[in-house]
Design a protein around this ligand. Structure first.
Ligand code: DOR
Length: 440
């Protein structure tokens, strides 16, 4: 009997876990049903993928979509629309909203809100605060929670757990991998008086220096070793931490940001406040170390840390300007451009943005082009050349630090659980996003 599929992707070059091969993919009921030669099968719908690469749906495991918060900057609807336009099928959303997501009621609200508002699937972080440490074990076991997020150094919002005693209590409440913003708060505060309004933006990397990041990571890993609690060190930004963390791979996984793989401190003079983020963009030495860590396997995930702010907030003089850069819509084109430049392969990209997040966070049913997995696909044209323009950005804040960057390689289609949700810059239909499932 002939097999029937809802959708067949024909003739694409598939980025499979075991290699890159040309084959067809059959989809049934929102999941991958077959991979191989499907020329004789019936399909309700077909997409001609000849000349294109088909990746597992790419995941940005680090975004700030700001809802609840300031809708003139970003919302779940606009941020996830940006995600699918940029070729992502899932994002994991940070808890430093206004108010922050730190309790069950807020989590319930957010989980319920995803359906009907989100254009891609979403994992949800819960924020650690000194007031909710005793509840963290329960909160991390809630459905759709990707991880507990700890700001061990202060950044945007009011979440902060900076002292060793509280951090140890956090580590002893629960057992899943904890995600850390690792900058040493004591060093940050002690040196703050040395800096004043109107200093050049590049002072951001002097204030939040290498020592600040390394000290933060050392303190966290000492406590992680003491408690045995696994850690995901977010946005590692220094050569020194990447070297140091190689001795903690039994406990630690590592995230790098697209920005730290793409920008260096020349950006401060060119972009002013639009180059300011935490941890900061640093010099060429750290960028080179970041790529070496991609090459040697130290890095598990790459995210955007999409952190929209109003233009007014970014244009205040340093250090009063808001820290954080947009990136959810541009991470895939820029990573494809890095592939085109020979800095990594498409297989390593799928490892960093599909299999990596799946492994680190325990995602169920995603992150792999394989039978039975969700039919999430990012279809890319590696020959397409296109310049990133601000007019393309759909986040209401309306800016990108990468305007004018010419990319070779571009996402042309995003397919979410078997439904085409973006094709050639067009958002197709209503928001179909659902909460991501995690093995608790
Ligand atoms: O630059 C940053 N912006 N780093 C963070 O850790 C938070 C983020 C934000 O939410 O604005």
């Amino acid at each position: 009997m002939a097999q029937h599929f809802d959708l067949v992707l024909r003739g694409g070059t598939l980025v499979l876990p075991w290699g890159v091969e040309q084959a067809d993919v059959g989809v049934r009921g929102g999941r991958i049903a077959a991979i191989g030669d499907l020329r004789i099968v019936h399909a309700a719908d077909e997409v001609d993928c000849r000349g294109l690469h088909v990746l597992p749906g790419l995941i940005d495991s680090h975004v700030h979509l700001r809802e609840p918060g300031d809708a003139s900057v970003e919302t779940i609807a606009t941020g996830t629309k940006a995600a699918i336009l940029g070729g992502l099928t899932a994002v994991f959303d940070m808890p430093n909203t206004n108010p922050s997501i730190t309790n069950r009621d807020q989590l319930d609200w957010k989980r319920g809100y995803v359906t009907g508002h989100a254009y891609c699937d979403m994992g949800l972080y819960v924020g650690a605060a000194k007031s909710n440490i005793a509840q963290l074990a329960e909160l991390e076991a809630e459905p759709n929670v990707c991880a507990i997020k700890v700001f061990a150094g202060s950044s945007t919002g009011d979440l902060l757990v900076e002292d060793d005693e509280s951090l140890e209590r956090v580590m002893r409440s629960g057992r899943r991998r904890i995600c850390y913003h690792s900058e040493d708060e004591y060093r940050l505060q002690a040196r703050k008086p040395d800096y004043h309004s109107g200093m050049p933006h590049r002072m951001h990397a002097v204030w939040r220096d290498v020592e600040c990041a390394l000290l933060g990571t050392r303190r966290l890993m000492t406590l992680a070793r003491k408690t045995g609690r696994p850690a995901h060190i977010l946005h590692v930004s220094t050569a020194e931490e990447l070297d140091y963390l190689k001795d903690y791979r039994d406990l630690a996984t590592v995230e790098l940001l697209l920005n730290h793989l793409t920008q260096t401190d020349e950006a401060y003079d060119r972009l002013g406040g639009y180059a300011v983020m935490n941890p900061p963009i640093r010099d060429e030495r750290h960028l080179k170390a970041a790529w070496a860590a991609v090459a040697d396997g130290t890095v598990d995930t790459v995210g955007s840390d999409h952190a929209p702010h109003s233009r007014a907030a970014k244009e205040r003089p340093w250090p009063d300007c808001a820290a954080g850069l947009t990136g959810v819509q541009t991470i895939v084109p820029l990573m494809l451009d890095h592939v085109s430049a020979g800095r990594l392969t498409l297989s390593r990209l799928a490892d960093l943005m599909c299999a990596g997040p799946a492994r680190v966070y325990g995602v169920v049913g995603k992150g792999r082009l394989a039978a039975g997995y969700d039919a999430d696909f990012t279809v890319v044209d590696m020959k397409r050349q296109r310049t990133i323009e601000e007019s393309w950005i759909v986040s209401p804040c309306g800016w990108t630090p990468f305007a004018g960057h010419r990319c070779t390689g571009w996402p042309v289609m995003t397919i979410l659980r078997g439904q085409a949700v973006m094709r050639e810059d067009e958002v197709l239909g209503a928001p179909l996003g659902a909460p991501v499932r995690f093995a608790g």
